[in-house]
Ligand binder design. Structure first.
Ligand code: IPM
Ligand code: MN
Length: 365
């Protein structure tokens, strides 16, 4: 297979974890005789300073031409971000436009913690039980993120407004993604909403429940978002399967799930649209540890696996990477963010060493 990939390494730890992701991609390409042509392009706060835009025209063109996009985290220190006008900040001027341009409505965020890695979690061992294995599916291009925004500037009568809108098509397509994912897993789907208050949630539920008729084998339930937040901490394994969330509620609960795993460093993600997708770690750019070769590349390497699987349909290749990632942690290796006080020094790996271990395992298998 030959594919072209746009690589937006981003800010902070972005370039160093992206390098590990590409190293692993290269290994898989060699092993399975694929060619992946990667083109790097500027994106994020660094791009604003070097190119005057956090999503420069040349990057748009590179992404347009690519079959898939690998995106690193963006954002610099609070000090540096203060020099970027609000309208030009990467959240507003790069990430949302990227999502909108490729209509990447389906955001997959897997929350996986096998029982032997319970020590990463702040939750008690008995709460982790047989392990957590949830696929959170978040709608990514609708709702309050993309609705009308008003910031009433007048001092008198000052106000602000964010409009939340969902139409039938937008809800139905993400519901189909979630039900299909449930069918491929344990056939359990929990739909998250705030229907006791929000009209958009009541509408969301109606459409989801229509779509549900096409998937009679899926065990379906729905839960209010506040209760879901509570239950995720109290008894997360009840959600093993798929959780379906709208954009804003999904933003919040996926971070909470990262907290349950103990680190957002363990959360790769894929953002899929009708024509192409992009993959990204769900964590930030951690400018405080950038360039020190200590960042955890797990989320980025997992995101590369996601790209192979979701964008190119290369399941075996992806499984190779997932297995290698699990193997590295299973053998007791840790990056600094995961190392507990008692971890022997020789088991704490740098960013590059972690990537090397993954490569070594893939090559041997
Ligand atoms: C995420 C991030 C983004 C979001 C920000 C950076 C715009 O928090 O991908 O979860 O809110 O969607
Ligand atoms: Mn978020």
């Amino acid at each position: 297979m030959h594919k072209t990939i746009a690589v937006l390494a981003g800010d902070g730890i972005g370039p160093e974890i992206t390098a590990e992701g590409l190293k692993v991609l290269d290994t898989v390409a060699g092993k399975y005789s694929h060619t992946f042509t990667c083109t790097h392009a500027p994106f994020g706060a660094g791009a604003y300073f070097s190119h005057g835009s956090s999503f420069p025209q040349e990057t748009i063109e590179t992404c347009d031409k690519a079959d898939a996009i690998i995106k690193g985290p963006v954002g610099l220190s609070v000090d540096k971000m203060a020099h970027i006008p609000l309208e030009e900040r990467p959240e507003k001027a790069a990430i949302l436009p990227l999502r909108e341009r490729y209509d990447t409505f389906a955001n997959y965020r897997p929350i996986v913690l096998p029982p032997e890695l319970h020590c990463f979690s702040p939750l008690k061992r008995e709460v982790i039980g047989q392990g957590i294995d949830i696929m959170m599916i978040r709608e990514l291009v609708g709702g309050i993120y993309f609705g009308e925004k008003v910031e009433g500037a007048q001092v008198e009568n000052a106000y602000a407004k964010d409009v939340c809108v969902y139409n039938r098509g937008e809800v139905a397509r993400i519901a189909h993604v979630a039900f299909k994912e449930a069918m491929a897993r344990n056939k359990q789907l929990v739909n998250v909403h705030k229907a006791n208050i929000l009209a958009t949630s009541r509408f969301w539920n109606r459409v989801v429940e229509e779509v549900k008729k096409e998937y009679p084998q899926v065990r379906y339930s729905s839960i209010l978002v506040d209760n879901a937040a509570f239950q995720l901490v109290k008894n997360p394994t009840q959600f093993n399967g798929v959780m379906l969330l709208e954009n804003m509620q999904g933003d919040i609960l996926t971070d909470q799930a990262g907290g349950i795993l103990g680190s957002l460093g363990l959360m790769p993600s894929a953002c899929m649209g009708p024509l192409k997708g992009y993959v990204e770690p769900a964590h930030g750019s951690a400018p405080d540890i950038a360039g020190k070769n200590i960042a955890n590349p797990y989320s980025m390497i997992g995101s590369v696996a996601f790209m192979l699987e979701k964008c190119f349909g290369l399941r075996e290749e992806a499984a190779d990477i997932w297995n290698a990632l699990a193997d590295v942690l299973g053998r007791g290796y840790r990056t600094a963010d995961l190392a507990a006080a008692g971890t022997p020094q020789n088991m704490v790996l740098s960013t590059r060493e972690f990537g090397d271990k993954v490569v070594e395992i893939i090559e041997k298998k």
